[in-house]
Design a protein around this ligand. Structure first.
Ligand code: FMN
Length: 366
């Protein structure tokens, strides 16, 4: 299948492919900038930006961590990431991913708008008031991540009533994706909740809202043929996360990439998370320690996500998500938490982003 260019709001992508935002420290300037330069949508993660460039923009630490929400979702570092990405992609469309569950969501949406995001993608909760926070930036396209037609209907109804705004695109994320899931454990393995089953009702719901809202399928998509399969089921494009970790340009340290290169299919599991959703990652030393309640201390220096209730859920689950994801981003294999999609074991070597996009657009052997 020949892929066509696609519009998200006022922005046109050469290829109908979004590189999924990956926090902490996995999709920052190098990965997102390179993806956008080539003509897909690169997405900068706004999560844990205080860790950019070895915490160069953090002015206050506690227990050796960015000391609070403002330091963790660091405005100065966010601007720097966008500046560095723009050096690579110029004025090509460039996105930001901001999780709805974070503390300071309204402020971080404004930060990424001011830093130059063209598209903002939000998952982990229903972003009912997202248009309010981006209201001063009419050129910025707003894209919710949903896991059902019902979630889309609720968001669209509220946006229409309150803001006279429709979503500029939709990401439908199924339960094979990396990181947090929009499903219960049981649903993640239920055949009725797999992406193939979810796509039709979501595409129909999008058409009910407006004729032209593109739907991007996500979760477990690996090849050109996978993208074609979901396009034939009604999607207009795909969002892909994990496969981009297997690139030279991915901002994750080599140790992170090596964890994925080494891991087997049976090492990839659904884990409990203080965010309140199951999260997919690699069973490493940390997970073994946490299972025995012997994980690193939980101190909640960075106060990162509201569902954690200032460390209450972290203590219940056995780890702090901000500290463990940032340890992975700093290459600490012993105490890092390594998120991956269900296909992460398929990375066996690194390739360039250009080669990966070539494969996704034209086929594996192109
Ligand atoms: C390491 C990692 C970190 C992620 N972090 C985020 C995040 O911060 N926000 C988000 O909306 N999605 C996040 N995701 C999900 C991806 O953006 C993407 O939608 C998903 O992984 C797609 O499935 P795939 O990895 O099978 O391609 C993450 C995924 C991975 C693998």
């Amino acid at each position: 299948m020949q892929f066509k260019e696609i519009k998200i709001g006022r922005h046109t992508l050469k290829y109908p492919i979004i590189q999924g935002g990956m926090g902490v420290g996995i999709s920052w300037s190098q990965l997102a900038g390179t993806v956008s330069a080539i003509g897909a949508l690169g997405v900068i993660s706004a999560i844990g930006t205080g860790y950019y460039h070895n915490r160069a923009f953090v002015t206050k630490q506690q227990y050796g961590r960015p000391a609070n929400t403002e330091q963790f979702y660091n405005r100065k570092a966010t601007f720097e990431i966008f500046k560095d990405a723009r050096k690579i992609c110029g004025d090509a469309p460039l996105g930001a991913n901001v999780l709805h569950a974070i503390n300071d969501y309204p402020r971080v949406i404004q930060d990424v708008c001011e830093a130059g995001a063209d598209v903002i993608i939000t998952g982990a909760g229903l972003p009912m008031n997202m248009p309010e926070y981006a209201a001063d930036f009419p050129n910025v396209a707003l894209v919710p991540i949903v896991s059902s037609a019902k979630a889309l209907r609720l968001i669209a109804k509220r946006w229409e009533q309150r803001y006279k705004k429709i979503p500029d695109a939709i990401v439908l994320e199924g339960p094979l994706s990396g990181g947090h899931q929009g499903f219960t454990y049981e649903q993640c393995v239920d055949p009725n909740y797999q992406l193939e089953k979810l796509i039709k009702p979501v595409v129909e719901e999008a058409k009910n809202i407006a004729a032209h809202i593109p739907v991007f399928a996500a979760g477990g998509i690996w090849t050109h043929d996978d993208i074609v399969k979901f396009m034939e089921l009604g999607a207009n494009g795909a969002q892909i996360g994990t496969r981009f970790i297997g690139t030279y340009e991915c901002d994750a340290p080599q140790a992170f990439k090596d964890v994925l290169i080494r891991c087997k299919q049976s090492d990839i599991e659904l884990l409990s998370s203080p965010v309140g959703y199951p999260a997919r990652g690699v069973r490493t030393n940390l997970i073994n320690l946490v299972s025995e309640r012997k994980g690193p201390p939980i101190r909640c220096a960075s106060n990162c996500v509201s569902p954690c209730k200032r460390g209450v859920e972290a203590k219940a689950v056995g780890y702090c998500i901000a500290d463990r994801l940032s340890d992975a981003a700093e290459g600490n294999e012993e105490t890092g938490l390594f998120f991956t999609g269900s296909n992460g074991y398929r990375i066996d070597r690194l390739i360039s982003v250009a080669e990966l996009i070539q494969k996704l657009v034209y086929g594996e052997n192109s």
